[in-house]
Design a protein around this ligand. Structure first.
Ligand SMILES: *Cc1c(COP(=O)(O)O)cnc(C)c1O
Length: 473
């Protein structure tokens, strides 16, 4: 590993000043960033990252849900180097192709099991999940045009979904804070509620009953809009950025019944959930759904280089190819040979180390057990996981799940203590979430849980102090 020396305070402050002066960060309050100075990450290995002060931190978020095979994998660097020296770039427009893109498309189609007797036969490549979902919007509308039903335009998504940040993908996303900026969503995209049991259950309602009721919000919306106007439904198998919202087991089968009943297309956005994260190559295998289109990105290259795309089922591919002529859509980097070469090497690692199976049969169940133990902590209301994503709720009252006052930002307090305690967790409101690298061993999981416990203790101490101070006022 190429491990740089820790920075002196002066060196660190210089980088932070340049950062604040010139770098517009994604999803960041820049005044707060300038006040505090950005946390500078300098290097990484395995499941650990190091900051500029030399502190080693367990990366329980896999970067941003992507570094599935862990950091420092020589094979991925070698694949990129070899491809750059052979052919660093060539495009896939105008009837040309490159071998890494061809091999990767074929390999992904082979890895993705057929659904309802129909295979995934084609792949459209992009450089990100956002671009892949933009591609989906164009693909499903093109499909219905070619099918002679051009009035089928509307795509139904869910509140609190995250499908990316380009104009169409941000519209598909169901984040109120995103829609509040820039006149989103664009026309033709509507949202239903998310299957969030803890937030939306009725008193005494079982998860199974809730799951069916939540799925029927889709049917209600289809009937309200008129089925003949609905093009597709899009959903993340487990909502990620929305706070790791794991739907009850009854949810997806009911959604599948509804999309079939009304003949609408089903897009499974597996940008987080594919490539082993839920213990399978693809998340639709975990939930038994039958998507027509599968969005992927992040884990396909373990984040070493940008790559995304859409797996296209033969139902759609056939119509597009046999009736469509030219599909007027594409990116300069669609099928980028370096990205595809890295993806192939990444799939080799996932396969050789049997990471999807390991998560399914061994480390996933172990994580589930260790993570659930955190519910004995006074701050933790619910702690749940699915494969290698997990989330816990920080609550004021464990019995009633009463939340902390929003203004206290208990999630943010906890996130800061996680860093001090040597682990990266993400805060979504007061839900603390993780998506660890799939290479984590049982020992790594134990170390991660110990750090999380330390962070929870520190958070507990801080909020107790705060509550006492409020009380004495
Ligand atoms: C991250 C993410 C996206 C967007 O991917 P980018 O590569 O950031 O554009 C889309 N869908 C889901 C489910 C994601 O988690």
């Amino acid at each position: 590993m190429n491990a740089p020396l820790p920075l002196t305070d002066t060196q660190l402050r210089e980088v932070q000043a340049l950062d604040a002066a010139h770098f517009l960060h994604p999803f960041t309050d820049h005044q707060a960033l300038a006040r505090r100075g950005a946390r500078l990450i300098t290097h990484a290995h395995g499941v650990h990252i190091w900051d500029a002060r030399g502190q080693r931190i367990i990366d329980a978020m896999s970067g941003l849900w992507c570094v599935n095979v862990g950091y420092g994998r020589q094979a991925l660097a070698d694949a990129a180097y070899r491809q750059m020296m052979t052919l660093p770039y060539y495009n896939a427009f105008f009837q040309t192709t490159t071998e890494p893109a061809v091999r990767l498309a074929a390999r992904l189609c082979e890895l993705a099991p057929p659904v309802g007797g129909r295979a995934f036969t084609h792949v459209f490549f992009t450089s990100s999940g956002s671009e892949a979902n933009d591609t989906n919007v164009r693909l499903v509308r093109r499909y219905w045009d070619l099918m002679g039903q051009p009035q089928r335009k509307i795509i139904i998504s869910r509140r609190n979904a995250y499908h990316g940040s380009t104009v169409a993908a941000a519209s598909l996303s169901g984040m109120a804070a995103m829609h509040a900026q820039g006149d989103l969503p664009i026309p033709g995209i509507v949202h239903i509620e998310q299957p969030h049991y803890w937030a939306l259950r009725h008193e005494g309602e079982t998860p199974a009953d809730f799951g069916r009721r939540a799925a029927r919000w889709l049917e209600d919306k289809i009937l309200e809009l008129g089925p003949e106007r609905v093009a597709a439904f899009i959903g993340e198998p487990v909502q990620g950025a929305g706070g790791v919202i794991i739907p009850p087991e009854t949810y997806w089968p009911e959604i599948q019944r509804i999309v079939e009943r009304y003949g609408i297309l089903f897009i499974s956005d597996e940008v987080i959930c594919a490539f082993g994260r839920l213990g399978h190559w693809f998340a639709y295998e975990r939930f038994g759904t039958q998507p027509d289109l599968v969005t992927f990105a992040k884990g396909v290259t373990s984040g070493y280089v940008p790559l995304g795309g859409v797996l296209v089922n033969e139902r759609i591919a056939r119509v597009l190819i046999e009736r469509g002529g030219e599909f007027n859509h594409g990116y300069t980097y669609s099928g980028h040979p370096v990205a595809c070469a890295v993806a192939l090497a990444n799939l080799d690692i996932l396969e050789a180390e049997a990471l999807p199976q390991r998560v399914r049969d061994d480390t996933g169940p172990y994580l589930a057990r260790r993570f659930a133990e955190l519910t004995d902590h006074p701050l933790v209301g619910v702690a749940e996981s699915c494969g290698f994503v997990a989330g816990l709720m920080l609550v004021r009252d464990k019995a009633t799940l009463q939340p902390w006052p929003e203004a206290w930002e208990v999630g943010m307090i906890c996130r800061a203590h996680c860093f001090d305690s040597g682990v990266v967790m993400r805060a979504v409101g007061d839900r603390m979430i993780i998506a660890p690298p799939l290479v984590m061993t049982r020992a790594d999981i134990d170390a991660m849980i110990a750090c999380i416990r330390t962070a929870l203790d520190k958070t507990w101490a801080e909020v107790q102090q705060k509550a006492a101070a409020m009380h004495s006022k």
